[in-house]
Design a protein around this ligand. Structure first.
Ligand code: C2E
Ligand code: MG
Ligand code: MG
Length: 700
């Protein structure tokens, strides 16, 4: 090692001339003649002595000193303070303390502050002093090398900070040491204003703890925190944090980026992609997302999920007759009412025109879902007041349950939808839970569509006739012709299943014409047999009704068969009649005034607002919908409704037919209202033509 040392240049800072001399003597002695005789090469040094701190600094400023031997007790300073001053004057020069015993208590302090060694005067001989000097110089060399590297990297680091477009701040022990321009600008501060502030100074108070806790994670992946600018404005910040060396000591660097705009754009995008613009509710996509998540979770914990499919009854009518604006308003109002009913954890969505879905997570009992359905129907039963219009709305609800009804979201929705259609079939304002039997009918749908076409040719259709009895006299006054499809393998299929299908496929036009022809011919045949003449009622479908040729075709049949038109009645459902009231009025006039047949308004009471038109339509009777009849005799609200319809009909000079009368309780209620006509299983089910013949033969 000595070979690498040329001449060691020593600066001895010592105010005591005796001590200064002693050092020189000890060094000379250690490497004097006795050392030379050992055959080793004596080291070389150059010793300069100064007497105080000021002189030392002046000498150091000139350079060329390798090591400072420092007394800690000088006339112009002592202890750590001198060490600091000397280090500052020559940061790359090593220091060895050579001081009195009194100062040795400072030893550990000064050693921590960059001093290489500590020797007590009189305790070390020349050889020991030299070894200390030699090691100090060597160690300083290594350190100087590091400092040079560090200086270079530090300079690069600072340049990077200055150039960075992202905000960067260096912090240590939770305090900011340095910050770049972008950092201060992002947070709305002037240059240098953030230095010295606690690290989390820019966090919204709500987020400060979160921010601190995420610093560790932010080393790997960018995190987001909500911050406050100097002026109080909010800002969304993305940040990362990483350990670094700053000015030779460990620190951390924080990178910040303002993502407020990006976040807003994301939000708008997400809203557009996931929100229904009319109601602000989740749309179909978001709903499926949530449904899938809920199902996954339920699968993990063995939970149950309920899915409700809600469809407004006759919404199309509102849209068609009052316009889309009122339609949208109604949808919004409905959404509001629904939100008022559902639970906090339930998800309500609008997935189509008048279709809403409701996700019931964490369901315990089926009854909870049914109860919710009842609450919803109740909430919708009060009229809506929209732009001068009072609208009465009802809904049909289908419910399916995970896991028993379906294993995944798509099937679950499909089944709730099926149940909803079943609820619609059963009349206004209804709900229905899914049952496996519903599925079978729709699986066969396609097959049925195909065989429906063949059925006409094969003569698989027939008519049966359900008597309508005058309550006062007990006489049969009418017969409703009801279509039957005798399917070769499936047996009798209900018209409520195949008539909608026949409508969709267009088959209803020839099929409906066949019904008119068949019913008229049958009525005429009974009359020709001498049976008391009774009118026959034929149901009209919507598709038939809008055909402009309908009155002409009916007239043609009547003439061909030779039936007096007063024995023919057409049943038009209230909802078909209300689709386009002006058109309805025109067709009904033609049918009643030109063709001279009778008209009955079927399924009356479930469409939303027909009373105003009733007095204008040339009709002869009202058929009160079955759904009002089921609870008659039990003191329910329905009794009041039925009574009100009866009063109304009487005032308008219309006949009232109550259909679906099944039991004595209902009869008991109806007997109090003479002058009405009863149709229902209680008196007669639909009968074959032979059965009708027998019945009419017994007529008084
Ligand atoms: P609708 O015109 O309301 O016919 C009355 C329905 O109620 C008939 O069902 C009848 O069988 C049923 N019904 C009668 N009394 C009772 C009772 O006491 N209790 C219960 N629960 N039900 C009773 P059906 O025959 O299944 O017909 C269903 C619907 O299919 C009819 O409803 C009608 O809208 C339609 N439809 C039937 N025949 C034809 C047709 O030839 N053409 C068209 N377009 N539609 C038809
Ligand atoms: Mg009918
Ligand atoms: Mg009816």
């Amino acid at each position: 090692m000595d070979a690498t040392l040329e001449k060691v240049r020593i600066l001895h800072v010592e105010d005591n001339p005796g001590d200064a001399l002693l050092l020189k003597v000890e060094l000379d002695e250690a490497f004097g003649p006795s050392f030379a005789s050992s055959g080793k090469k004596a080291p070389a040094w150059d010793l300069t002595c100064v007497h105080n701190c000021r002189e030392a600094k002046a000498r150091l400023a000139k350079g060329g000193i390798d090591v400072v031997l420092l007394d800690l007790n000088l006339p112009d300073g002592n202890g750590l303070e001198i060490v600091r001053q000397i280090t500052l004057a020559a940061p790359k020069t090593s220091i060895v303390i050579l001081s009195g015993r009194a100062e040795s208590e400072h030893a550990s302090d000064v050693l921590r502050n960059g001093v290489q060694d500590y020797l007590v005067k009189g305790k070390a001989d020349g050889g020991q002093i030299w070894r200390a000097i030699r090691f100090a110089v060597e160690r300083q060399k290594v350190r100087n090398h590091d400092i040079r590297d560090l200086d270079q990297s530090q300079e690069g680091f600072k340049a990077l900070m200055e150039m960075s477009i992202d905000g960067l701040a260096v912090f240590r022990d939770g305090v900011i040491l340095a910050a770049n321009w972008a950092f201060e600008k992002t947070l709305g501060y002037a240059a240098g204003e953030t230095v010295g502030k606690p690290l989390a100074f820019f966090c919204d108070p709500e987020y400060a703890a979160y921010f601190q806790s995420q610093l560790q994670r932010a080393a790997e992946t960018p995190m987001v925190v909500f911050g406050r600018k100097k002026d109080g404005g909010g800002v969304n910040l993305e940040f990362r944090a990483k350990s670094c060396l700053y000015e030779g000591a460990p620190a951390q660097v924080l990178g910040l980026r303002d993502i407020t705009t990006r976040k807003k754009e994301e939000e708008v995008f997400l809203q557009r992609a996931y929100q229904d613009p009319v109601t602000g509710l989740p749309n179909r996509f978001l709903f499926f997302d949530r449904l899938n998540m809920t199902l996954q979770q339920a699968a993990r914990v063995g939970g149950r999920v309920g899915l409700m499919f809600l469809d407004l009854d006759r919404f199309k009518l509102v849209n068609d007759s009052l316009g889309h604006q009122v339609g949208d308003e109604l949808i919004r109002a409905v959404a509001l009412r629904l939100q008022g009913v559902i639970g906090e954890t339930d998800t309500l969505a609008r997935i189509g025109g008048d279709e809403f879905t409701l996700l019931l997570a964490g369901l315990q009992e089926t009854e909870q879902a049914l109860q919710m359905a009842r609450r919803i129907l109740e909430a919708l039963s009060k009229p809506f007041q929209l732009q001068r219009h009072e609208l009465h709305v009802s809904a049909s609800i289908g419910i399916s349950f995970y896991p028993e009804d379906a294993p995944d979201s798509e099937k679950l929705l499909q089944r709730a939808d099926m149940a909803m259609y079943r609820a619609k079939d059963r009349g206004r304002s209804n709900y229905q839970a899914y049952h496996d039997s519903m599925n079978a009918s729709s699986v066969d749908r396609l097959e049925m569509e195909n065989s429906l076409f063949k059925a006409m040719d094969r003569g698989e259709f027939s008519l049966c006739y359900q008597p309508q009895t005058d309550l006062a006299t007990g006489r049969v006054v009418g017969l409703e012709a009801l279509l039957r499809w005798n399917h070769p393998t499936q047996g009798a299929i209900s018209p409520s299943v195949f008539v909608p299908l026949a409508e969709e496929t267009g088959l209803i036009i020839p099929l409906g014409q066949w019904v008119i022809q068949k019913a008229c011919a049958q009525a005429k045949a009974w009359q020709d047999k001498g049976l008391p003449p009774v009118r026959v009622s034929v149901n009209l479908s919507g598709a038939q009704f809008i055909k402009h040729t309908l009155p002409f075709l009916i007239d043609k049949v009547l003439k061909e068969v030779g039936l007096d038109p007063k024995f023919l009645e057409f049943e038009l459902t209230e909802s078909i009649a209300m689709r386009n009231p002006a058109f309805t009025l025109a067709v009904l006039r033609e049918l009643t005034e030109v063709v001279k047949v009778r008209i009955a308004l079927d399924d009356f009471g479930i469409a939303y607002s027909s009373l105003g038109y009733l007095k204008d339509f040339p009709i002869h009777s009202l058929k009160i919908d079955r759904s009002f009849v089921s609870d008659l005799g039990m003191g329910t609200k329905d009794e009041a409704i039925v009574e009100a319809i009866m009063v109304l009909a009487r005032n308008l000079g219309l006949e009232v037919v109550v259909e679906g009368v099944e039991n004595e309780a209902q009869m008991g209620f109806l007997r109090k209202h003479p002058g009405i006509i009863i149709q229902g299983y209680f008196l007669h089910p639909p009968l074959s033509e032979q059965e009708v013949e027998v019945l009419l033969g017994k007529q008084p």
